[in-house]
Design a protein around this ligand. Structure first.
Ligand SMILES: [Zn+2]
Length: 295
């Protein structure tokens, strides 16, 4: 009998982990980046953890990536990058959508604001994650502005009335970056992604045109890229690992969420800052939305 009761308790716990909102609905996450590979790099580990718990995760690229190559471009490159994004989406276990706006030419227009509002509404998002508006790349900056502009309007019925407004304003978060002005990134939430690091690198390697061609070319390290595909993933793993190593601020956040012992063992993390717009979660709400955080 005791065994039966504990089986029931374990079952209820797993159901509650997936359906952990106050309203009993599964948690839905949407990550919005400027280019096909941005969400992958900034939030892919967290997405893998969410997906493994049965959460619905969607990546949106606001541009089609048609400027991101040294020798290819236009429609052919957009098509290639769409196929790479779909493959990455499969490996992450998320839905991947690439909007057909030109790369390198993004502006915070009304038309694209409405595209973003529709994406957030149609996904019935509980959590929206996007870049901060301080960034070297104008597409990243304007993606941030577009998402901030949508943050209140997703609940306003008269705006983009062809899609139903959200009944509840989602929680809006920022991806981590290293820009210091006007204010540095604040890691309010830090997710230990050590256990999914290899999976993350493997999923990111689906963006071949970027990881092995464009980024090495523009970064001046094209000569380092190995020829064989198996060597390439190992090379990429070394190349990108520094992006998610844990700085002292993120370490403090990991200690808060997981405790000191767990935090000291973590090798890689993804951190997020709570945006002032949208609904403001307290600590309990964050633990409900991010059940991978330790107790
Ligand atoms: Zn980008």
């Amino acid at each position: 009998m005791r065994k039966f009761v504990s089986v029931i308790i374990i079952f209820l716990f797993s159901v509650l982990t997936v359906f952990s909102q106050d309203n009993g609905q599964p948690v839905r996450i949407i990550m919005i980046g400027a280019h096909p590979d941005d969400c992958d790099l900034d939030g892919g580990g967290t997405a893998l953890l969410f997906a493994s718990m049965g959460y619905a995760v969607k990546f949106v690229s606001v541009t089609n990536g048609d400027a991101g190559h040294q020798s290819e471009g236009g429609g052919a490159l957009a098509k290639r990058r769409m196929a790479e994004a779909k493959e990455a989406g499969k490996r992450f276990g998320v839905e991947y959508v690439v909007l057909d706006n030109h790369d390198g030419e993004l502006t915070p227009s009304l038309e694209i604001r409405h595209q973003i509002i529709r994406e957030i509404r149609n996904w019935h998002a509980d959590v929206v994650i996007a870049p901060r508006p301080n960034d070297y790349h104008p597409d990243h900056r304007y993606t941030a502005v577009l998402v901030q502009d949508a943050a209140y309007l997703v609940a306003v019925p008269n705006v983009a009335p062809d899609t139903s407004p959200l009944q509840k304003n989602p929680v809006f978060l920022y991806f981590q970056d290293n820009f210091q002005r006007p204010n540095p990134f604040r890691p309010d939430i830090a997710v230990d992604i050590t256990e999914v690091f290899d999976k993350k690198v493997n999923a990111i390697s689906a963006h071949q045109s970027q990881m092995f061609e464009w980024l090495p070319w523009i970064g001046g390290y094209a000569a380092e890229v190995p020829a064989s595909s198996s060597d390439r993933v190992a090379w990429l793993s070394k190349r990108v690992s520094s992006l998610w190593t844990i700085n002292p601020e993120v370490e403090k956040s990991l200690e808060k969420w997981y405790g000191k012992e767990h935090a000291s063992k973590a090798k890689f993390a993804e951190a997020f800052e709570i945006c002032e717009y949208g609904s403001r979660p307290d600590e309990n709400k964050i633990r409900l939305l991010f059940p991978m955080l330790g107790k």
